[in-house]
Structure formats: structure tokens, C-alpha cells
Design a protein around this ligand. Structure first.
Ligand SMILES: [Ca+2]
Ligand SMILES: [Ca+2]
Length: 309
């Protein structure tokens, strides 16, 4: 991911990482594409917490001038946004469809900011030169990177940020016992646990095991209070994906003073909050003690996980 540096197994979130994700109330677009089988790539797909679903403009050309707009919860201070450029279903489909290059960002006060996106299948953080106050963020496509097969332009996901502290304990970095190697669907690095996206995940990469004994450790970037773990267990892309991969059913939390607590995890991809005895700690390691086996893949995946104070 563009927000991460990977150093000898330690994944660090970039220091300038955007901080608090702002809720989006509504999404609209100049047009949306429907394919021959009736599948629609509507504007709402840019805000559904899935990187594999996209808004596609439905104009007759390559999409120059097409726009998508998110409405925030009233007037907000905004410092930037994160965009998943192109169609992230698979790396192959990302290459075959257009990606946005030059974009014009229009705010509710009528101001306009121009940016150039890079042509890579990584979430991109875009910062305004200084904080802006706006109730909406409209992205108009001014230039494209051409796909190899199709002439439609896609954006898969968008998050809008300000610089206030995140509502959860945002980790400074991660270490993991093992990580599944990147493939045509993307990567499985532990920073996928805190990207707010349900179909990006950390998966353990121990070929011999089913996930029992594997661990992921959160570096909290200093001493912080934690009292619960919010999780989307397994592969939370959808029900069949969830059933196909391993999910966790119990784990041990190990804190920086060496103390431990055991937690029970529901084998469900839905949001769950697991409370434990509050602890002030600089690291939390989650070691998985038991799993529910998937039908197809014998790897343990976790889609989202973060600690609340
Ligand atoms: Ca999406
Ligand atoms: Ca995720």
C-alpha cells in the first residue's frame, strides 16, 4: 500500500497518514455504466467498503468530464482523501479498464483543486494544500490512463479525511508471524486490518498450518489504553468467501508487559466488539488459538481489526 513502508517484516504506516475517516451521507455521479448482463456500476459502489466494487462512468467516450460526488454529514473540515483508482476486482481487470489521471476536485464553496493520480493499484492519499471546509467532495475526471481492453474509467473506493485523531487506536505499525504472498487479487499485508475496507485482509502465510499459533502484533506507537477489539473475522467480502476461508474462534492477547488475556471470537464476518479487561500497553499481539475451517482455503484471514480505548 502507498501508505506503508515494509521493512524486514515490520509494516509501518506512513507518519503523514491521513487520520480520521469522515462519514459519507450520499453519493451521486454524472453517469454510471451498466454492462450487457445488467450489472450496474453505480456511484454508491465508491462508498460500500469494498475495493473490488467500482463506480464506472457511463459516458459514451473514455469518461473525460464525468464526475462522482460524496455528500458529508454537513460542513466539515477536510484535509484530504484516499482513492482506490481504477477497477480493483483483480489486477487483470485493473489493467484492462481505464484509470483516472488528472482530476479536478470541486468543493461546496465553489473552490477547485487539481491533482494528478499515479497509475498504480495502491490506495493513494491526496492532501489539500491546507485544510478546507466543505460539505461535499466532487471528483471530475480530466485525463485518463488507458486500459488495455475497455474504454471506461473506474474508481473503486473513496474515503474522506481530516487530521483529528481516529476514533480507534490507530497503530503505528504491525509485525506478523507470516503473511500470505500477494496474488492477482492484491496483497495480504497486516495494514489491511485498519483500512476500513472489508475485502482487504491480512492472511497468514504458513503453508503447513491452518492459522493456529499464527499472530499479528499491533505497535500502538507509545503507551495507549485499550479495552476492546473491533473485528471483521475471516474474509468479509461476502458470505461464500467467508465460508471458503478459515476464521478465528479464540485468541490470546499479549501486552507489552508480558501479561495475557484470552478472548473468544465469533466465527462471523459481521462487525463484532470483543471487550477485555482494560490495559495500558504499547503493543498488543493477537495469537490465534483456534479456528473454524474454511471449505476451500486452509489459511486464516482477518479483514478488519482495531482496538478501542
Ligand atoms: Ca467499492
Ligand atoms: Ca481491510
Amino acid at each position: 500500500m502507498s501508505t506503508a513502508l515494509i521493512l524486514a517484516g515490520l509494516t509501518l504506516l506512513a507518519p503523514a497518514a491521513l487520520a480520521r475517516t469522515l462519514p459519507v451521507k450520499d453519493v451521486s455521479a454524472s453517469s454510471a455504466h451498466s454492462d450487457d448482463s445488467g450489472v450496474s456500476y453505480e456511484a454508491a459502489s465508491i462508498k460500500d467498503r469494498k475495493q473490488s466494487t467500482a463506480w464506472f462512468e457511463g459516458d459514451s467516450g473514455s469518461g473525460l468530464g464525468a464526475w462522482v460526488e460524496v455528500q458529508l454529514d454537513g460542513s466539515q473540515t477536510v484535509t484530504g482523501f484516499r482513492v482506490w483508482n481504477g477497477y480493483w476486482l483483480t489486477y487483470d481487470m485493473w489493467q484492462r479498464n481505464n484509470r483516472a489521471k488528472e482530476i479536478e476536485v470541486l468543493l461546496s464553496d465553489g473552490s477547485q483543486h487539481d491533482f494528478t493520480l499515479s497509475d498504480e493499484m495502491k490506495p493513494q492519499d491526496i492532501r489539500f494544500p491546507k485544510a478546507v471546509t466543505t460539505s461535499s467532495v466532487k471528483i471530475r475526471i480530466k485525463g485518463i490512463y488507458k486500459g488495455t481492453t475497455f474504454n471506461d474509467t473506474a474508481l473503486s473506493e473513496l474515503q474522506v479525511f481530516n487530521d483529528e485523531a481516529e476514533s480507534f487506536v490507530l497503530p503505528a505499525g504491525f509485525t506478523a508471524s507470516s503473511t500470505y504472498p500477494a496474488d492477482n487479487d492484491g496483497d495480504y499485508e497486516p495494514d489491511n486490518l485498519v483500512d476500513g475496507v472489508l475485502d482487504s485482509m491480512w492472511c497468514e502465510g504458513n503453508k503447513a498450518g491452518d492459522g493456529v499459533g499464527e499472530w499479528v502484533e499491533f505497535d500502538l506507537g507509545g503507551s495507549k489504553k485499550v479495552s476492546s477489539l473491533v473485528m471483521n473475522n475471516g474474509n468479509a467480502y461476502g458470505f461464500s468467501s467467508f465460508m471458503n476461508a478459515n476464521s478465528a474462534t479464540s485468541a490470546t492477547l499479549t501486552f507489552s508487559d508480558g501479561s495475557k488475556q484470552q478472548i473468544t471470537i465469533k466465527p462471523s464476518m459481521m462487525d463484532q466488539t470483543i471487550s477485555f479487561s482494560p490495559k495500558t500497553t504499547s503493543t498488543v499481539r493477537i495469537t490465534f488459538d483456534a479456528i473454524r475451517k474454511g471449505k476451500e482455503f486452509n489459511d486464516l484471514c482477518i479483514s478488519e481489526a482495531h482496538f478501542l480505548p
